[in-house]
Design a protein around this ligand. Structure first.
Ligand code: PLP
Length: 302
């Protein structure tokens, strides 16, 4: 559980004549292959937390999430693998009596005890990173804390050929992955986060800066957020984005997770064609997860 099958995760060059025409090189950092149980950035962010929880003698993990939270499922799977208890505090008391959706059912099947709370109470509970509970290692909503930033920094550290022409690009939900990647970059290289939520401008920048202060004791100037590719908001996948993702999968043979990764790849594509990257730029897009169906069935190796 605590040791992945293979690090560093592979780098896949992407040959795209449209990008080549504007002098931009693209490659994928295949973090979707990092761990069969916890693909992508969930493994990166959880690993240092799991080590700390075990070292602290915690009897369980406690975290927060919505009805389809990938983070909640990841914590449930990790707790099961480590023989720890798990509690998931879920936003929305109406879900308590509804038939379980596939995501909550998967968390429960791994032994997570779900606690359903009204939305107003949920907001109060998650503010400030969650509430302490005796014997439990508490992870904030989305799992982004200082330890998670250090875990995500390893993604950048594995890219040992970076320099002044490099931009490392990743999707942004809560910002822990972007914060880690920016913190792990060598001088000259830059990080670009693509926000998948609507209306996060300003707020998310503040979150990333706060994570940097918490994890590294300082802020960084080597990153920025792009807010133009949320496609209507979290979980929204309009037909145009679906078509782009399906085309990318067909051209390059890489599964494209839709809620985060597709938006990121499309943003890279559009920004490149708009001339936002200087000719000669090399973009490394981090594939932070697998499509739901593949992850749920455990088909994570290609
Ligand atoms: C959870 C998730 C993210 C969001 O990462 P943050 O660290 O919360 O910004 C990105 N990509 C995928 C595939 C995810 O599942």
């Amino acid at each position: 559980m605590l040791t992945p099958p293979a690090l560093p995760t592979p780098l896949t060059p992407i040959a795209d004549p449209r990008l080549a025409a504007v002098g931009v090189e693209l490659r994928l950092k295949r973090d979707d292959l990092v761990h069969p149980l916890l693909p992508g950035n969930k493994w990166r962010k959880l690993l240092p937390n799991l080590e700390a929880a075990v070292a602290a003698g915690s009897r369980g993990l406690l975290t927060y999430g919505g009805a389809y939270s990938t983070h909640l499922r990841a914590v449930a799977a990790a707790a099961k693998a480590l023989g720890l208890a798990a509690v998931g505090v879920v936003r929305g008391e109406e879900l308590a009596v509804a038939e379980r959706n596939w995501s909550l059912a998967a968390a429960e099947a791994d032994g997570m005890v779900l606690e359903f709370v009204p939305r107003s109470a949920y907001r109060a509970l998650v503010a400030g990173g969650g509430q302490a509970r005796d014997g439990y290692w508490v992870l904030p909503e989305g799992g982004s804390n200082a330890l998670a930033v250090h875990g995500a920094a390893a993604v950048a550290a594995e890219l040992d050929d970076l320099g002044g022409r490099d931009v490392v690009c990743c999707p942004v939900g809560t910002g822990g992955t972007l914060a880690g990647i920016a913190a792990g970059l060598p001088a000259g290289a830059r990080a670009l986060g693509v926000a998948v939520l609507k209306g996060g401008a300003g707020y998310l920048e503040g979150e990333v800066a706060a994570l940097h202060r918490a994890a590294c004791g300082r802020e960084f100037g080597n990153w920025r957020l792009h807010h133009g590719h949320h496609f209507g908001g979290y979980g929204r996948v309009p037909a145009e984005l679906e078509a782009f993702a399906a085309d990318f999968e067909q051209r390059h043979g890489v599964p494209v997770e839709r809620r985060y990764v597709a938006k990121t790849l499309r943003a890279v594509h559009d920004l490149a064609l708009a001339g936002e990257f200087a000719p000669g730029t090399r973009v490394t897009a981090v594939v932070t997860g697998l499509p739901d169906g593949l992850a749920a069935r455990g088909i994570s190796r290609s």
